[in-house]
Design a protein around this ligand. Structure first.
Ligand code: GAR
Length: 210
């Protein structure tokens, strides 16, 4: 059983997709054992509680320095003996020490087709606003391994979604979630848990990216 920890910041619809997929067998040989949010009071925490998964808040604001938060973050993750860490709408910059501790074992869902509309400042609604502004006809979502820079790690899965006439950033965000994110993230976890998607050091080997 792959022990999965999920880091969240907001509503947690991607977390819900993972929890549902574990329950209905879409994700095999993996369990969500820990959820952590940097924001108190977010609905993602309620979703974890409802599913009977341990959930807690670790906020950078409760620490004097970012270095102290980073150390506490890695310590908490280590305590839970995790095989895989999933960033599901987690909007905190991942510290280098965490990437070192879990090289190739942190994955992120990003709401665009990387390398478009990603990197610094592109989170939440922003990629969708930028996609509409640029006038692209196709966007989508990407699951990738997290490395030292933003949205630059090996790509594991991508799925395209059409932009439709009359889309607002909110409408497009919802379609990308429904048609791509909530499908891709469970698929990536299932693939990792069952050996069809490389992770850890293997994720960086040439040709591992598919
Ligand atoms: C999702 O659209 C996710 O792709 C995005 O935040 C949203 C979280 O929604 N993540 C990023 O923008 C990361 N750069 P959720 O809390 O309902 O899963």
């Amino acid at each position: 059983m792959l022990r999965v920890g999920v880091l969240v910041s907001g509503g947690g619809t991607n977390l819900q997709a993972i929890l549902d997929a574990v329950k209905d067998g879409t994700i095999r040989n993996a369990e969500v054992v820990y959820v952590q949010s940097n924001n108190p009071g977010v609905y993602a925490l309620t979703r974890a509680e409802k599913a009977g998964v341990e959930a807690e808040v670790l906020s950078p604001k409760s620490f004097e320095t970012r270095a102290e938060y980073n150390t506490a973050l890695v310590k908490k993750l280590k305590e839970h003996d995790l095989d895989l860490i999933v960033l599901a709408g987690f909007l905190v910059q991942i510290p280098a020490e965490m990437i070192r501790a879990y090289r190739g074992r942190i994955i992120n869902i990003h709401p665009s087709l990387i390398p478009s509309f990603c990197g610094k400042g592109f989170y939440g609604l922003k990629p969708h606003e930028a996609a509409l502004k640029r006038g692209v006809k196709v966007t989508g979502a990407t699951v990738h391994i997290v490395d030292e820079d933003l949205d630059t790690g090996p790509i594991l899965l991508q799925k395209a979604v059409y932009v439709e006439p009359g889309d607002t950033p909110q409408i497009l965000q919802r379609r990308v979630m429904e048609q791509a994110e909530w499908i891709l993230l469970p698929k990536a976890i299932d693939g990792i848990a069952n050996g069809t998607i490389p992770y850890g050091e293997a994720a960086y080997e040439k040709g591992a990216e598919s």
